[in-house]
Every structure is written in C-alpha cells, then in structure tokens.
Design a protein around this ligand. Structure first.
Ligand code: Z5A
Length: 216
C-alpha cells in the first residue's frame, strides 16, 4: 500500500542479528525529529502490551519445543495485534512508523531459515495485512561473522534467546533470504552496507530518504 499525501510513511529495518538495526532506528528517529517529522518507533515481534506477551512466548528458551509452524503463526498473531492497535492508527494520524523488523523477517527467518513454505507465508501475509506493506525497507547487511561478533560483544554474560542460539549456517540462510527479497523488490527494499561506521551507515540511510524526496 502506498501512502498518499499527508499520510504517514511505513519504514522497516531488517537484517541478521547484530547488524545494527536498533542503533540505526534510533539514528533515523533523531534525523526525523530534527526535521520536524512526526513519527513513532516500534518493533516486531511486539510493539503493544499484548504483542509483547507473544514476543516473550516466541523468544524465551524453554524445555518444550516450539515447532516451526507454531513459531510462524505466533509471529503473524503478534503482527495482527500490532497492525490493528498501533501501526495503522499511527499511519492514519499522519505519523511515520519506524519498525525494527516486520514481515520480511518472517520470509527470511521462518522461510529461508527454518524452511517453512514461502507460499504459506504469503497467504498469512495477505490474511493478516490485507494490502499493507512497508513503503520502504532498509536491509542492513553484514557478513554473518560480523553480526554475530557484534551481538556477542553486546550480550556478554546475558542469556541468549531462541534465535540467538542458532548456528552460523542458519544466519547464512537468513541473510541469503533477505538479499534474495531485495533483488526481487528493488524499489521497496534498499540494501545498506552496514560494515561501515555507525555514522556512515546513518548517512547512507538519510541519503535513501532524501533520494526519494521524503526528507530534505
Ligand atoms: N523474528 C522472526 O524470526 N520472525 C519475524 O517475523 C520477526 C522476528 C519479526 C527478534 O530479535 C528475533 O525475532 C530475531 C528474529 C526473530 N532474532 N534474531 N536473530 P530482535 O529484533 O529483538 O533482536 P535481533 O534481531 O537479534 O537484533 P539485535 O541483536 O538486537 O541486533 P541489532 O538491533 O541489529 O543491532 P544493535 O543492537 O543496534 O547493534 C548490535 C551491537 O553492535 C551493539 O553493541 C552496537 O553498539 C554495535 N554496532 C551497531 N552498529 C555498529 C556499527 N556500524 N559498527 C560497529 N558496531 C556497531
């Protein structure tokens, strides 16, 4: 769904673990604040009190296995809540929504990573989202070893969640999944080389927004 004049824009950030999404979401939010652009920042899975409960269910390691199909359905259950109760009302009010992960993560993690059927994911996407898609998705890209090293440094001594316990080959499939989606939808998805410094990555993202004349 493309936004009309005056409506909020829907921006999503994607990438494997540790690429710097959270860091860059904060930077883009500052850039929008500096330009007087009304916006909210949110994340998936989660973003509302109820959707955050689902996040806790999906991410917490526990003894009983969470089968991939249940993981997939929980991602979309959280998304349905988040869209109805937070994303759509903010877009309707004219605010930009900056979201740390969205449905491209489902294609990359549950599809490319876990091997769930892409057509099934597409059906759930239509069911839950109707025509709503991000206006722009920024895939922050680094080699898997770089992302994992960054998150290991950040999380030293902390308990790792269900995804952080995955091995490098899982994240290689996820990264390939993102890059494949970017090749298939180059107008919506911009790949940003995130091996550079935080400032350089932030500047590259602002440049993408300026090149679309969304900000100046
Ligand atoms: N998931 C899914 O499977 N399916 C779905 O549909 C959705 C999600 C929506 C949620 O995790 C998990 O849910 C996610 C996929 C799954 N699991 N994984 N993996 P999350 O989004 O909450 O957390 P995350 O994806 O693991 O992100 P992260 O580890 O928090 O990383 P990040 O936000 O991309 O990075 P960061 O915290 O901004 O930076 C990491 C560290 O690197 C930190 O110390 C920074 O200071 C540093 N950093 C950042 N940028 C740089 C640069 N440019 N140079 C050097 N160092 C840097």
């Amino acid at each position: 769904m493309n936004v009309g004049a005056g409506a909020g824009r829907f921006l999503t950030f994607e990438g494997i673990e540790g690429v710097g999404k959270t860091t860059q979401v904060a930077r883009v939010a500052s850039a929008l604040t500096a330009r007087g652009v009304a916006h909210v920042v949110t994340r998936e899975p989660g973003g509302t009190p109820l959707a955050e409960k689902i996040r806790e269910l999906v991410l917490s390691p526990r003894e009983e296995a969470l089968p991939p199909v249940a993981e997939l359905l929980l991602m979309f259950a959280a998304r349905g809540v988040h869209l109805a109760n937070y994303i759509e009302p903010n877009l309707s009010a004219g605010r930009w929504v900056i979201c740390d992960r969205f449905t491209d993560a489902t294609y990359a993690y549950q599809g490319a990573g876990r091997g769930m059927n892409m057509a099934d994911i597409g059906r759930l996407e239509s069911l839950v989202q109707g025509p709503r898609r991000p206006d722009l998705t920024l895939v922050l890209d680094v080699p898997v070893a770089v992302g994992l090293a960054r998150s290991a440094r950040r999380d030293l001594g902390k308990t790792r969640d269900r995804f952080e316990r995955e091995r490098a080959d899982f994240f290689e499939r996820v990264r390939d999944g993102y890059l494949g989606r970017a090749r298939a939808e180059p107008e919506r998805i911009a790949v940003i080389d995130a091996t550079r410094s935080v400032d350089d990555v932030a500047a590259a993202i602002v440049q993408v927004l300026e090149s679309r004349s969304w900000i100046s």
